[in-house]
Write a protein that binds this ligand. Structure first.
Ligand code: AMP
Length: 112
């Protein structure tokens, strides 16, 4: 298995796990861009959001997990941001679908 996020989800590479269920794994970003910075990934490998289908339940599950984690980590009241970087212009650096959950500070807009 070459994909680093597949290996993290499989427990082959250590991570600071915050959530796991049958389909989803979530862990703290190794270079956090905010006081709370969690990555939510599907255990199944999708290279990006472009590989999920319209009826794919995984994206709903990932967003629901992000929302629940935001509550557990205490950033739900002041707000947070969910980001899905996609492709070169989107700034995606790991080719395994992931949501960034960012919170604990005010976010700028538009993003850089
Ligand atoms: P992106 O640039 O949107 O593809 O996001 C990839 C994210 O993965 C970056 O924010 C990295 O800091 C993070 N990252 C890469 N390797 C690891 C790792 N081993 N553990 C935790 N986060 C990682």
């Amino acid at each position: 298995m070459e994909c680093i996020f597949c290996r993290i989800a499989a427990g082959q590479i250590g991570s600071d796990k915050v959530y796991e269920d049958d389909d989803i794994f979530a862990f703290r970003d190794i270079t956090p861009k905010a006081p709370v910075h969690v990555l939510i990934i599907p255990k199944r490998h999708y290279a990006s959001i472009l590989e999920t289908g319209e009826d794919d339940k995984i994206v709903c599950g990932m967003i629901a997990a992000a929302s629940r984690i935001a509550g557990e980590l205490g950033v739900d009241k002041d707000g947070f941001r969910i980001v899905v970087n996609t492709g070169r212009n989107g700034g995606q650096s790991v080719d395994h679908l992931h949501l960034h959950l960012l919170g604990g500070r005010a976010m700028g807009w538009p993003p850089g």
